[in-house]
Design a protein around this ligand. Structure first.
Ligand code: CP
Ligand code: NVA
Length: 310
């Protein structure tokens, strides 16, 4: 059974295959070519955190694929009242065909996969955001025509976005550099993963050093969902870790800027840089739809059926 629990679980071939399928589905969508590949399938979407893009793109994507998306807020589910995820997994497995979940603990996503008997897709945890990063890679490839040999730079918090970007960039032949303040670096095992790529990976504390000769710069909020109470401390720690005009001066000509959104102008990115790169950023947001449809097909469609469409 194929899940998307974290990007580390997908090989380079699996990532590239999903990106190719996403491109194909985007083309078909734009040209009015129906692709009801998941006709009759139901996707349960559990949200324990807020969402605009993930919720709407999964819901619309599943509908375009001929399936049925079922929005399940944790406020309404028994899970929100303490029913163990192990039981929820086994019950939902008997009703629906796959689960997309956005939650806090990565272990909750892993438990759903362990106890359930249907594909599980991670729609963001505190640890990672694989669906977003597939859309990011798709967008970079769309604008630059390739991934291999390009330099990705991330400025800010060693958070869920950065963890998945490290894996996504390095697995697809990009180099990766980041600037994070001391105390906000990604977890040790992700740094070890990066170091296994030798010179293609670096994490420093100086944003300009990280951004030098970058082909794409990404950033994310200073305080993620669930960290609202730390906002003031984080604002102080991240002052200077901003994507602005000065930083962009050291990047390669034509350097892209991406942001998973929501963005905080004046904090992690200035309004002028955000607006100068709005075409890229909103294409990235749109690509959530196409990339997630590819993930849904990869995880839900019978492999023999899928071979027929590729
Ligand atoms: N980028 C992203 O995941 O957006 P939402 O929080 O709106 O889903
Ligand atoms: N790091 C952010 C990403 C939002 C899409 C968060 O977890 O809130």
């Amino acid at each position: 059974m194929k899940h998307l629990l974290k990007l580390e679980d997908w090989s380079t071939e699996e990532i590239v295959r999903a990106l190719n399928l996403a491109d194909q589905l985007k083309y078909e969508q734009k040209h009015g070519i129906e692709h009801k590949l998941l006709k009759g399938k139901t996707l349960g979407m559990i949200f324990e955190k807020s969402s605009t893009r993930t919720r709407v793109s999964f819901e619309v994507g599943m509908t375009q694929l001929g399936g049925y998306p079922l929005f399940l807020s944790s406020n309404d589910l028994q899970i929100g009242r303490g029913e163990p995820v192990q039981d929820t997994a086994r019950v939902l497995s008997r009703f629906i065909d796959a689960i997309m979940i956005r939650t806090f603990e990565q272990s909750e996503v892993e438990a759903l996969a362990e106890y359930g008997s249907i594909p599980i897709i991670n729609g963001l945890t505190d640890y990672c955001h694989p669906c977003q990063v597939l859309a990011d890679l798709m967008t970079i490839r769309e604008f630059k025509g390739k991934l291999e040999g390009l330099k990705m730079c991330f400025i800010g918090d060693g958070n869920n976005m950065m963890n998945s970007l490290i894996v996504g960039a390095l697995r697809t032949g990009m180099s990766f550099s980041a600037a994070c303040p001391e105390g906000y670096m990604p977890p040790e095992h992700i740094q070890e993963f990066g170091k296994s790529y030798g010179d293609l990976f670096e994490i420093v504390t100086d944003p300009k050093e990280a951004a030098k000769n970058a082909d794409v710069v990404l950033t994310d909020v200073w305080a993620s969902m669930g960290q609202e109470e730390e906002k003031k401390i984080r604002e102080a720690a991240f002052a200077g870790y901003q994507v602005n005009k000065e930083l962009m001066e050291v990047t390669n000509e034509g350097c892209m800027v991406l942001h998973c959104l929501p963005a905080h102008r004046g904090e992690e990115i200035t309004a002028d840089i955000f607006e100068a790169h709005a075409d890229e950023i909103f294409e990235e947001a749109e690509n959530r739809l196409h990339a997630q449809k590819a993930v849904l097909v990869e995880c839900l469609l019978d492999k023999k059926e899928e071979e027929k469409i590729q």
